[in-house]
Design a protein around this ligand. Structure first.
Ligand SMILES: Cc1cc2nc3c(=O)[nH]c(=O)nc-3n(C[C@H](O)[C@H](O)[C@H](O)COP(=O)(O)OP(=O)(O)OC[C@H]3O[C@@H](n4cnc5c(N)ncnc54)[C@H](O)[C@@H]3O)c2cc1C
Length: 227
């Protein structure tokens, strides 16, 4: 691919709310900064939720944030961290793009902060070029990468440009929120022939890279039955 046209990005519509009169701390784009766990702004009794905050501008995030902000405003000054779902973003392109849990960039930054660059997580991947069901439906393009924690084998996150990414991402988000290990995910059922068999290949690759399972020796078996 030679070119990428990125036509995304939207700004919160906070222009006419008179926020400037409050002197709230703002980010470099003029959006009020809130604590992601409590939805508290720099002024303790003012809470913000949804696109008006500096957090992810997505509908399900706005729902979570609204509940946390409302609860904390109602019980102020007893402010507590609220429940957040696992991160999940989907872009309805063709093929679709999706992210679940922690991104590769997040994991790398965290590893650097802990001064043990890149030795605390492992990566597994699958290309959909040779994936059985994806080939049959003529959508055999894309890549899925999954991340897991060394030592515990806990599933940390995933990023993909893939066929049926919206569905793969939901399965992975449910596993992430359930704090499953990669081995537990691999013990769940996979039908044949489905795109999810590609996910199983990526998880097997990850389990091997976590030194918790054997490496995939016969890639051919992964195109179809593979069990
Ligand atoms: C083109 C587009 C595509 C999107 N696609 C997705 C998607 O696929 N998936 C997803 O999860 N999210 C998507 N989003 C984002 C999602 O719509 C927002 O994250 C979500 O609606 C935020 O909810 P909110 O309540 O914070 O704000 P909003 O839903 O924008 O609600 C704010 C309300 O406040 C009103 N308002 C504004 N100013 C004032 C004022 N001064 N006085 C009174 N009322 C006022 C507005 O009219 C509006 O009704 C998309 C957004 C856009 C623009």
């Amino acid at each position: 691919m030679d070119y990428v046209i990125a036509a995304t990005g939207r700004r919160p519509n906070v222009g006419k709310l008179g926020l400037e009169a409050l002197n709230l701390a703002q980010d470099e784009k003029g959006v009020p900064i809130v604590n992601a766990h409590t939805m508290q702004t720099s002024i303790p009794h003012i809470f913000l939720a949804g696109d008006a905050s500096n957090l992810l501008p997505l509908l399900h995030e706005a729902n979570d944030q609204g509940r946390i902000a409302g609860d904390n405003a109602a019980r102020f000054p007893h402010v507590v961290p609220g429940f957040r779902h696992s991160a999940l973003s989907i872009v309805f392109t063709s093929p679709q793009i999706a992210m679940v849990g922690e991104t590769y960039r997040n994991l790398q930054e965290r590893a650097k902060q802990q001064a043990k660059a890149c030795d605390c997580f492992a990566v597994g991947e699958v290309s959909f070029e040779d994936q059985g069901r994806s080939r049959v439906i003529g959508q055999n393009k894309g890549l899925l990468r999954v991340y897991g924690e060394l030592g515990t084998g806990r599933f940390l996150g995933a990023e993909m440009i893939a066929p049926a990414a919206e569905h793969l991402a939901h399965l992975l988000a449910w596993a992430h929120q359930s704090e499953m290990t990669v081995a537990q995910m691999l013990s769940l059922p996979f039908y044949h022939p489905v795109v999810e068999e590609g996910l199983r290949t990526a998880l097997r690759d990850l389990n091997a890279n976590l030194e918790l399972g054997s490496a995939i020796e016969d890639r051919c078996m992964e195109c179809g039955v593979g069990d």
